[in-house]
Design a protein around this ligand. Sequence first.
Ligand code: AHR
Length: 506
Amino acid sequence: MASARIVLNPGAVIGAINPRIFGSFIEHLGRAVYGGIYEPGHPDADDKGFRRDVVALVKELGVSAIRYPGGNFVSGFRWEDSVGPRDQRPRRLDLAWHSTETNEIGLHEFQDWLDLVGSELMLAVNLGTRGTAEALDLLEYANLGRGSTRSDERAANGRPDPFDVRIWCLGNEMDGPWQLGHRSAEDYGKLAARTARAMKAFDPDLELVACGSSGSGMPTFLEWERTVLRESYDAVDYISCHAYYENDGDLGSFLASGVDMDGFIRQVAGVADAVQLERGSDKRIDISFDEWNIWYNSRFENVDKIAGVDNWPVAPRLLEDVYSVTDAVVFGSLLITLLSHADRVASASLAQLVNVIAPIMTEPGGPAWRQTTFFPFAETSRHAGPIALDVSLTSDTYETERYGEVDAVAAVATHDEASGSTAVFVVNRRVDGPTTLELDVSALPGTLRVDAVSLYDDDLEATNTATAPGRVGLRPNVDVSSDGNHRIRIELPAVSWTRVLLVPGH
Ligand code: AHR
């Protein structure tokens, strides 16, 4: 039997977990908005057309901040189109996704929806086809109390109080040749710096995210970050990271995707620190990991892309990936990696939330259901304590094609001093059998009640669908034993994700 061991010590603090690490992302893309969160006429829609079943699932998922309205979409977006009387809003071509944007849902409606789900708005400005002036207009519209044309417009449009958006993305993936307005690192860095300085002249406490690379595989990776930060260091607060993983058939490497994400974070943090040193600055730039997920992007690129000069559908089915058990285990391991960097990752956005590479799916006039990936996210956001702990992991290893020898187990713990409870999140990447995990709990005071759930299945390809929405779910893990001497053992099934909760008391 393979084995792994972790030590739970409330003193082994990685850092405080910023609740924004449990953020997500909704883009005007496919059926995320229209037919996703919004479907007037659906039997479960409220008087504004928002699906109540989706609201309930988003709340259950427990997402903190939601990045909006893109993504690639934002680089062609004119925010003014999306406010004011709805019957006068223009229909526009969305060149990023080859679709028509009706603007039926805009800033006000989206904020109404956020009020329902209880999440914070993380707003992206268009630095692709637009620039500093338009970003400032939007900022004034969104955040000024009253007394200017823009703020008065907002009040007249139904929101007397400002939206008071605290965290802003300065464009999206500007290193990507597919991005409208794509430019060099130097050009983008200067534009981001100019825009950030102007935005901070309005409110120095805004939190601003500069675009990092759109993936660690980009040819300009790290050089991009270095140049952008050299240009904008004093004016911005975070640098973004984006990472998507897919199973290309090399299962062992796919299961170890967290190793890649870990290296990605370390490399970007290293560059940010190097620029800090160069500048002799007291300020540290943290990471906004504002797009992460499993995404079968190869399918989109090769099969689903929309084309044709006369073909601009409204809310087409795009990027509707169906996630397997294996995908959910890898997904859970990515969350573990993010939490393991709680001292550096200040914000993260699961990309995305509804219908588009999403944990929540819907059918028009029909049900909404949880994909496999829903479960690790919901459990982690619900049970993670405020402090992330290093677990001094020792584990059996296995060989991967992409990353060499990797640990069969990945884990992180969190602690809540107020309640004394500790949560452990762990994956077993082994395909050929279970792993016995030993938890050394000698540093945790008192007697502990153990509660554990796992996600696994004999069929690694099992999914949840509209007709079988409950096929995959969490199962209580009862393979737990204690030697009465501060050691708890739990069996982790092959290819599984597990949450263990240790609560003081019997
Ligand atoms: O999340 C889907 C797309 O992935 C986003 O629009 C873009 O930023 C990224 O390439």
